[in-house]
Every structure is written in C-alpha cells, then in structure tokens.
Design a protein around this ligand. Structure first.
Ligand code: HEC
Length: 103
C-alpha cells in the first residue's frame, strides 16, 4: 500500500504541473517510455537493470509480452499490481517498451 501511495503522489505531481501540453498523452496511443519513466524506473532503472528491492532484471527477462502484461497487471511478490492505476492500453504500451530493453 505504501508503494501505491508513492505512485498516487507522483501522478498528482505530474498532473498538477500547469500547462496542457502533457495531458494529450493519456488518450490515443500511450507513450510506453514515458509510462516506464514515471512508474517503473524507480525500481527497474532506466535500462531495466537497476534491481532495487530485488526488482527483476528486465533486460534479461525471458517473459513474452503476455507474461509481462500479466505481471504488470496483477503484480508479483514485492512488485505491486498496476490494475486500476494504468489502463489496459497503457500496460500494453509499457510492456512493448520493456521488450525494447532486452539485450
Ligand atoms: C516497487 C518496485 C517496483 C516497481 C515500481 C516496478 N517493479 Fe517490476 N518488479 C519488481 C520486483 C521486485 C520484481 C520481481 C517480482 C518477483 O519477485 O517475482 C518485478 C518484476 C517485474 C517483471 C517480471 C520480469 C521477469 O522476467 O519475471 C516485469 C515484466 C516488470 N517487473 C515490469 C514492471 C513495469 C512495466 C513496471 C512499471 C509499470 C514495474 N515493473 C514497476 C519491482 C518493481
């Protein structure tokens, strides 16, 4: 629940930053990289390899996209669930971005 509070706080900060330029991203095609930077970088790092709080190394992950969507949607162990925080389209976009981190 503490992680959820931090995420909610980040969302609040991000959305309260004045000008409307940033609000367009929410609709049509979500920006996977922006979502990753906002929600995932904290534990996984910019290149997916930070491993904070035992976070999995995403550059070496062997999950396919469906598996990633599953972990992101429902969480696993210390990684929280993003269901209700990110939309399905956003989870899809961030999973696509995570796949680009593979070495
Ligand atoms: C609070 C820290 C934290 C945050 C924030 C976080 N993760 Fe994780 N993530 C983890 C941990 C810890 C694991 C390993 C879970 C386990 O023990 O099975 C993990 C595992 C994963 C896995 C599974 C990798 C594999 O090969 O098994 C994926 C995919 C993943 N995270 C993606 C994401 C994405 C995308 C986000 C942002 C929406 C995110 N994570 C945010 C901590 C975090």
């Amino acid at each position: 629940m503490r992680a959820f509070g931090i995420v909610a706080f980040l969302v609040l900060v991000a959305t309260s930053c004045g000008d409307n330029k940033t609000t367009t991203a929410a609709s049509e095609s979500p920006d996977g990289k922006a979502i990753y930077t906002q929600y995932c970088k904290l534990c996984h790092g910019a290149d997916g390899q930070l491993g904070l709080n035992m976070a999995a190394n995403l550059a070496q992950s062997e999950l396919d996209k469906a598996g990633m969507v599953e972990v992101i949607t429902h969480g696993r162990n210390t990684m929280q669930s993003y269901e209700g925080i990110l939309t399905e389209a956003e989870i899809d976009a961030v999973a696509d971005y995570v796949l680009t981190l593979r070495k």
